[in-house]
Design a protein around this ligand. Structure first.
Ligand code: FMN
Length: 233
C-alpha cells in the first residue's frame, strides 16, 4: 500500500500513521519505520501504544524515540498523552529525534493547548470564553452544513461528540495538583459559576442542554450516545 500510494501522488506527500504494533509485548514499529521510509512515505506519525492497549497505559515515548532514530531523513511525528505544555516539553526531551508532535484528545479537551505550548504557560479561560469557542464552532458548522434542519442537526451531533471530550477539562485554578494529566480520572469539582459546572458534567443530557443554548431545542425523541470511548481510567 505504501509503495503504490507514494508513487501515485508524487506532488502530494503520502504519510503513514501507526501504533507500536498489534500486541503490547510485541512492538514492530522500529522494524517498520525504515521499511516505510524505503517504500517512499513522506512521514510517519507514531502513537506510542499497541492496538491491544487501546488507551490503557501511558504512551511509550522512549520507544517512539527508538523508532525515530531509525529513520534516515523521513520525519517522525510523535503522538500520545499530551494535555499541557509541560507534557510537550517533557516528551520533546525524551524523544529528541522526533521532528514534531501530534496531539489528539488534548486538542479536543483543550482546543487552546497550542497557544499554551507556544506561550509556554497555562491559559485559564472563563466559562464565558469557553462558551464563545463553542459558538465559533457552531457558526462554522452552520456555514459548512447549512442552517436548515439537516445542517443544524449535523452541527449538533459533532458538537455533542466534542462535548464528550470537552467536559473532561478542569480549570487550572481548581486543580488539586496542576497540571491536569490525560490519564488521571478527573476530580469532582463545582465550577466557579453555573456555566462552568454545566460544562464539566459527565451526563450527556447536560451536553444536549448546552447544545440547545446554541442551536435551539432538539427534535422529539432525540437520543445521543457518544461514539468514542477514549478514557484510560
Ligand atoms: C475522536 C478520535 C478519533 C480518532 N480517529 C483515529 C483514526 O481514524 N485513525 C487513527 O489512526 N487514529 C485515530 N485516533 C487516535 C489518535 O490519532 C491518536 O493516535 C490517539 O488518540 C493518541 O493520541 P492522544 O493521546 O494525543 O489522544 C482517534 C482519536 C480520537 C480521540
Amino acid at each position: 500500500i505504501v509503495r503504490s500510494c507514494s508513487s501515485l501522488s508524487p506532488q502530494i506527500p503520502f504519510t503513514v500513521k501507526m501504533r507500536t504494533g498489534v500486541y503490547a509485548d510485541k512492538s514492530v514499529a522500529h522494524e517498520l519505520v525504515p521499511l516505510v521510509e524505503e517504500w517512499g512515505a513522506s512521514a510517519v506519525t507514531l502513537h506510542g501504544r499497541s492496538r491491544e492497549q487501546r488507551y490503557t497505559k501511558s504512551a511509550n515515548w522512549q520507544y517512539i524515540e527508538e523508532c525515530a532514530a531509525k529513520a534516515q531523513r523521513m520525519p517522525i511525528i510523535g503522538n500520545g498523552d499530551i494535555l499541557n505544555f509541560e507534557d510537550f516539553n517533557e516528551k520533546r526531551k525524551i524523544a529528541p529525534h522526533v521532528s514534531s508532535i501530534m496531539i489528539g484528545r488534548g486538542a479536543l479537551i483543550k482546543p487552546w493547548i497550542f497557544k499554551e505550548i507556544k506561550e509556554q504557560k497555562p491559559w485559564n479561560p472563563t466559562s464565558a470564553e469557553r462558551f464563545e469557542i463553542l459558538r465559533t464552532y457552531v457558526n462554522y458548522g452552520l456555514e459548512h452544513w447549512g442552517s436548515d434542519t439537516k445542517g443544524v442537526e449535523n452541527t449538533r451531533r459533532f458538537l455533542l461528540e466534542w462535548q464528550s471530550f470537552l467536559y473532561r477539562y478542569i480549570p487550572y485554578e481548581l486543580l488539586a495538583h496542576p497540571p491536569q494529566q490525560i490519564n488521571q480520572r478527573p476530580q469532582k469539582f463545582r465550577g466557579r459559576d453555573e456555566m462552568e459546572t454545566l460544562m464539566s458534567s459527565p451526563n450527556s443530557a447536560d451536553w444536549v442542554r448546552l447544545s440547545e443554548m446554541l442551536l435551539g431545542p432538539v427534535p422529539e425523541s432525540f437520543e445521543f450516545v457518544p461514539k468514542h470511548k477514549a478514557n484510560a481510567y
